[in-house]
Design a protein around this ligand. Structure first.
Ligand SMILES: Cc1cc2nc3c(=O)[nH]c(=O)nc-3n(C[C@H](O)[C@H](O)[C@H](O)COP(=O)(O)O)c2cc1C
Length: 363
């Protein structure tokens, strides 16, 4: 079924406007009769944030913004899926066009600006899958017109924590003006205090859900010192490194490169992997990291793991490589373990982090 989808549907999707292609892919996933995938090799299993992931390959936020196809995505073989970003109130996001495919670079620029069905609709969908297998997280954001953004994150946590396995506080989307300022030390300190309190409150009688912080790859290293220090002080459960970049490293699609928004895919790989390693050396094992940005092969996934990722996430790679990419990465990771005579992926996590931080800064 997966090979068939890649052979038949992808060439068609590539001819369409990217947002229409995305809507069609969601539609196909809603109705495709996908069977449960075969169980993953035990060597791919990862323990992180108190959860046991069957494999380390996750779907990054932004594909399933409104939690419409979460279970279908898990059936494609992902080890976990992050739905969202969701905002408390429904909002339309920015005007179209707002999604651009840079085919020659295998990159994507988006400026969606948190188009969201809103909390209530997303909550209903997540609640309806109660008891279904698979690890599901929710990526949370703030409405564009909100005055106190922390209130929006708190509202999302209160409503959604009971229905997910983990929560991601997204302070790194470049498409909501001012959002990334929440990564500044005093704002972040205040935000983390409030979101941690919210998730404790949401856990009355149960176990608090893991809370992750997703950061931008565009932080300075001085900012990263602060961010990791504050994250450690508040004892958050993990970090995702990271979101899309506002930088435009070495692109050949020069016209589309001028579009405003966040760049993802292959051109983001070097920068996001460097920031991952920089985060890993600063975290000193205090919490696990999820590496995201330009993962489009098993080799790229293993490079992220060696740079410090316990788990990886991808989105843009699906557009250029198709859903067969998920299985290909898992197969290659098993090969890398065998070649390196490693028992588990955990043995490889962060092995190259220090060396990566000593390299020249990626161009
Ligand atoms: C179209 C699109 C929408 C996205 N929306 C979100 C979002 O709502 N929240 C978020 O934290 N990240 C969002 N992202 C960022 C991805 O989750 C991921 O961090 C980034 O794309 C890097 O991974 P990739 O190179 O594999 O795509 C979005 C990315 C794309 C391409």
């Amino acid at each position: 079924m997966i090979a068939l989808f890649d052979r038949l549907a992808r060439p068609l999707l590539r001819t369409l406007d990217p947002e229409t292609a995305h809507a069609l892919a969601l539609h196909a996933l809603k109705f495709a009769p996908l069977p449960q995938p075969p169980p993953d090799d035990e060597k791919l299993r990862v323990q992180a944030f108190g959860l046991t992931f069957p494999n380390p390959v996750g779907l990054a936020a932004g594909f399933d913004k409104n939690a419409e196809v979460t279970d279908a995505l898990l059936r494609l073989g992902f080890g976990f899926a992050e739905a969202g970003g969701v905002t408390p109130k429904p909002q339309p996001g920015n005007p179209r066009p707002r999604l651009f495919r840079l085919d020659a670079d295998e990159g994507v620029i988006n400026r969606f600006g948190f188009n969201s069905d809103g909390l209530e609709a997303v909550k209903r969908r997540l609640a309806a899958r109660a008891g279904a297998p698979g690890i599901v997280g929710i990526n949370i954001g703030a409405n564009k017109d909100t005055t106190d953004r922390a209130v929006d994150y708190v509202a999302c946590i209160a409503a959604l924590a009971p229905h997910v396995d983990f929560l991601t506080v997204n302070v790194s989307s470049p498409n909501t003006p001012g959002l990334r300022d929440l990564q500044q030390a005093s704002a972040l300190d205040d935000l983390l205090a409030r979101v941690i309190e919210a998730r404790e409150r949401a856990a009355i009688g149960g176990k608090p859900k893991p809370l992750l912080l997703k950061i931008a790859p565009d932080l300075t290293l001085a900012d990263l010192d602060d961010v990791v220090g504050i994250a450690r002080r508040h004892r958050i459960d993990g970090m995702i490194v990271g979101n899309t970049t506002v930088s435009r490293p070495n692109l050949s699609e020069t016209a589309k490169a001028k579009e405003q928004g966040g760049l993802s895919g292959r051109p983001l790989f070097a920068l996001s992997t460097r920031m991952l390693a920089e985060t890993y050396v600063r975290a000193e094992g205090a919490f696990p990291l999820i590496g995201a940005g330009g993962v489009d092969s098993g080799a790229a996934a293993f490079t992220k793991i060696k740079a410090g990722a316990s788990l990886i996430q991808l989105y843009s790679g699906l557009i250029f490589r198709g859903v067969g990419l998920i299985g290909a990465i898992k197969k290659d990771l098993l090969d890398f373990l065998r070649i390196g005579r490693l028992d588990t992926l955990a043995d490889a996590v962060g092995r190259d982090a220090a060396a990566v931080t000593a390299e020249a800064w990626p161009a």
